[in-house]
Design a protein around this ligand. Structure first.
Ligand SMILES: [Zn+2]
Ligand SMILES: [Zn+2]
Length: 270
């Protein structure tokens, strides 16, 4: 499998700041659940990982279990995190949970998974593509990036996840979105937030990294920091497709990535 052979090729990349130990349901954190993630990190040459389960599964997160895991694995930095999204049903409780546990968390990702429909994430594959059918794609893009700015303004996130997730099913805007993207990045820069370079899109119909080259270029111009991420929903996906990400990082001359401890950012060299 590809991930088994990728170690040497991405040796510059050492962190994965987007992972889902609980997958798609509540699974209480235990050493049995978490240890395979650390083993996988080690196997893939990663020394710094963040657990960022979806906020709707916050009940499964146990900070004491994370602490025990750290004690058992002192060679790997393990960050306590969460992926906060704009789920109209669950995220109000998710936001309260993040506020309450802010000091115990190292890192919070902000994501937009919902557009106008309350009952379906637009990024479910293939069902979510329904939300684009017969619609003006440019308007959907504008609406999506407005929601990203809203998330960035929440004051509860350190980094924005998969910034151009809206392309997931392969829908492309018909007009230039450079202004829209520039406004959004400016908003992110002004709030001192990072964005992630994610390989997750390689597993999706769009089959591209998030975000696009044009967005990476603009983010570099603005001095916005990056994290590296796989959005793994299984421990075998940790660091997945990092050899491609390493190429991208090299292509853009990116020399450092952001690491977080108690929301404090430290730029670490690659
Ligand atoms: Zn997400
Ligand atoms: Zn995720």
């Amino acid at each position: 499998m590809e991930h088994r052979t990728s170690n040497a090729e991405h040796r510059t990349l050492f962190s994965d700041y987007h992972s889902h130990p609980q997958g798609h349901r509540v699974q209480r954190y235990t050493q049995t659940l978490l240890q395979p993630w650390v083993d996988s990190a080690r196997e893939h040459g990663l020394s710094d990982i963040a657990f960022t389960d979806h906020d709707r599964y916050h009940e499964g997160i146990d900070f004491e279990e994370i602490e025990r895991l750290r004690e058992a694995n002192p060679d790997i930095k393990i960050r306590a995190g969460i992926e906060l999204d704009n789920d109209p049903v669950h995220s109000p409780a998710g936001r309260r949970w993040v506020e309450k546990h802010w000091d115990k968390l190292d890192f919070v990702l902000g994501s937009v998974h919902y557009l106008e429909r309350d009952d379906q994430m637009f990024d479910t594959v293939p069902e979510g593509a329904e939300q684009f059918a017969g619609r003006e794609i440019d308007l959907i893009y504008a609406d999506y990036f407005r929601r990203v700015r809203e998330m960035a303004a929440s004051g509860l996130v350190d980094c924005l996840a998969h910034l151009d997730l809206i392309k997931i099913h392969g829908h492309r805007p018909t007009s230039d979105i450079q202004t829209l993207v520039a406004e959004t990045l400016e908003f992110i820069r002004a709030r001192g937030l990072a964005i992630e370079l994610s390989t997750a899109g390689r597993r999706k119909p769009v089959n591209e990294l998030y975000p696009s080259d044009a967005i990476i270029e603009l983010a570099i111009e603005k001095g916005i920091p990056f994290t590296t991420a796989s959005d793994a929903h299984s421990h075998v996906q940790l660091g997945e497709n990092y050899e491609r990400l390493a190429e991208k990082v090299k292509q853009f001359g990116i020399r450092e990535v952001a690491a977080y401890e108690h929301h404090k950012r430290e730029m670490r060299p690659l």
